[in-house]
Write a protein that binds this ligand. Structure first.
Ligand SMILES: Cc1cc2nc3c(=O)[nH]c(=O)nc-3n(C[C@H](O)[C@H](O)[C@H](O)COP(=O)(O)O)c2cc1C
Length: 180
């Protein structure tokens, strides 16, 4: 088998007090046990991205370099007003070629599992030629979190996470062949 894939687990929220780092670390923990790829947390907040068109901060180049180094993505998506966060949309808009011909999975959360946000993200990913996989683990603010702030996932989700990762790695490997 050729060299290991690099898969980024992208945290979609940046607000103070966000729960996305807990969810991202949990996904990475399951992923790391597989040994089939290099998984890393990619935190939008680290890049201090300006809004598109409002300056040329160094974070934009660093963000694009990070995305370019990845073969696939797992988006940690939280539902804000029935869609993805403004921070994630802006970060997506700040790159183009670095997204193209790669695969992605979505893990979402919200009062209805973040399903509406995830479906919006699928439409956006289509425009960027990111192949989003079918299996979509959904986490409930009511049953997978304590007080909506401490992440306590039910065991039933592990299998779905692995299924999603099976699909992301398979498609990431396939798409890598058309980028070379
Ligand atoms: C501005 C805002 C809008 C929200 N809108 C929704 C919503 O439409 N549907 C929903 O299920 N949860 C909604 N929520 C709840 C968030 O999904 C919840 O707070 C979640 O923890 C946010 O993710 P984060 O902690 O990683 O920022 C909203 C939260 C915020 C801050």
């Amino acid at each position: 088998m050729s060299e290991k894939l690099n898969i980024g687990v992208i945290l979609g929220s940046t607000r103070e007090g966000r729960v996305s780092p807990q969810v991202g670390e949990w996904v990475k923990g399951i992923a790391d046990k597989r040994g089939d790829a290099n998984y890393e947390i990619v935190d939008i907040a680290d890049y201090k991205l300006p809004f598109l068109g409002e300056g040329d901060a160094p974070g934009i180049a660093a963000w694009n370099e990070k995305l370019a180094s990845l073969d696939g993505f797992v988006f940690i998506v939280q539902e804000y007003n029935h869609s993805i966060t403004g921070a994630l949309k802006n970060a997506i808009d700040l790159a183009r070629e670095a997204w193209n011909n790669k695969a992605a999975g979505i893990v979402s959360y919200g009062s209805t599992g973040g399903a509406r946000a995830a479906e919006h993200l699928r439409g956006i990913l289509g425009e960027l030629m990111v192949a989003d996989v079918r299996t979509h683990p959904t986490l409930s603010l009511f049953t997978d979190f304590e007080n909506f702030s401490v992440f306590k996932p039910q065991n039933i989700h592990d299998e779905n996470i692995n299924l999603m990762l099976d699909q992301v790695t398979t498609w990431s490997r396939a798409l890598k062949t058309i980028r070379q």
